[in-house]
Design a protein around this ligand. Structure first.
Ligand SMILES: [Zn+2]
Ligand SMILES: [Zn+2]
Length: 296
């Protein structure tokens, strides 16, 4: 284990679509991108939203400073699903244009065909000038479903979660710590499920985890009209975390209609909910925030 242990850094925290301007200045407007970093190990990237661009720029600058070919770049990506807010950062991820780069994208198996073909279906002319295969680095796709696999000494558990299209949640156990990432998870996608039902697969992903990064897109008032959108209420995110014995819940996938002031109120409300049931510590994902997986 490294001296400081693994960390997660939030490069994009917004759901659905990027947003910009003064109302979003503190929490940020880039879409879903979180990076798990461990000393002397390749990073694990959760999703490829627009937030991955600034992270990639910093990595590319660091590699360039180290000299040509001195430090081959390697990364594993845990891709939850193919909605735009989770994939449109890839074409602007500069490390993928290095000939020495090897980027393995573990993403949801598709009914329409192999993941690399389906992904390339939206990243090719006329939608974008190049395909993933035309990036200079070795960008490869691995089809994933309900699986357990190892990447660079970390154990990854993937499980299908309820959303409007096929979507995965991921749990990573590494160096004695754990983080779970369920960016898009909507209990309303299965109308017959009671509102407080937590599927066994979700409990398995979240059981006793150090840090749970979970969909928290809607207030309860918004949720009533939008339950079929495939996202969670703040109440449901806290409920999942409490049921699973999570240590720290990170509210994530903020709705682009929620301003910084709205998110301050949402965070306060979520903390009240958690305190009432002796639940987890709660924080709201904020662009640029780094959290250690180990207890401070
Ligand atoms: Zn999303
Ligand atoms: Zn989605």
């Amino acid at each position: 284990m490294s001296p400081t242990g693994p960390t997660v850094t939030f490069h994009g925290v917004r759901g659905s679509t990027p947003c910009d301007g003064a109302p979003y200045a503190r929490y940020g407007g880039s879409t879903s991108s979180v990076v798990l970093e461990r000393a002397d190990r390749a990073p694990i990237l959760f999703d490829l939203g627009t937030g991955i661009q600034t992270y990639g720029d910093a990595v590319a600058a660091r590699l360039a400073a180290a000299g040509p070919g001195a430090v081959p770049y390697e990364a594993n990506v845990c891709l939850t699903h193919l909605h735009w807010d989770h994939i449109t950062g890839l074409p602007f991820f500069m490390p993928a244009f290095r000939p020495d780069a090897r980027i393995t994208i573990h993403g949801p198996r598709q009914a329409e065909g192999p993941l690399d073909q389906v992904f390339t279906g939206v990243m090719r002319p006329p939608y974008f000038p190049i395909t993933p295969a035309q990036m200079a680095g070795d960008v490869r796709f691995v089809d994933v479903g309900d699986d357990r696999f190892t990447v660079d000494g970390a154990t990854v558990l993937s499980r299908w979660v309820r959303h409007t299209d096929p979507a995965l949640g991921f749990r990573v156990d590494a160096d004695g710590h754990s983080v779970t990432y369920i960016s898009d998870h909507g209990p309303g996608c299965v109308p017959e499920d009671p509102d407080d039902y937590v599927p066994p697969a979700v409990l398995e992903l979240c059981d006793g985890v150090d840090v749970l990064i979970h969909d928290a897109q809607h207030t309860l008032a918004e949720y009533e009209a939008k339950r079929h959108f495939g996202h969670s209420s703040i109440e449901y995110a806290v409920h999942v975390a409490a049921e699973a014995g999570v240590r720290t819940l990170v509210l994530f996938h903020h709705c682009p209609t929620h301003s910084d002031a709205d998110l301050d109120r949402i965070l306060e409300h979520a903390r009240d909910l958690a305190a009432r049931r002796d639940g987890p510590e709660v924080v709201a994902a904020c662009q640029g925030m780094t959290l250690p997986l180990a207890r401070a």
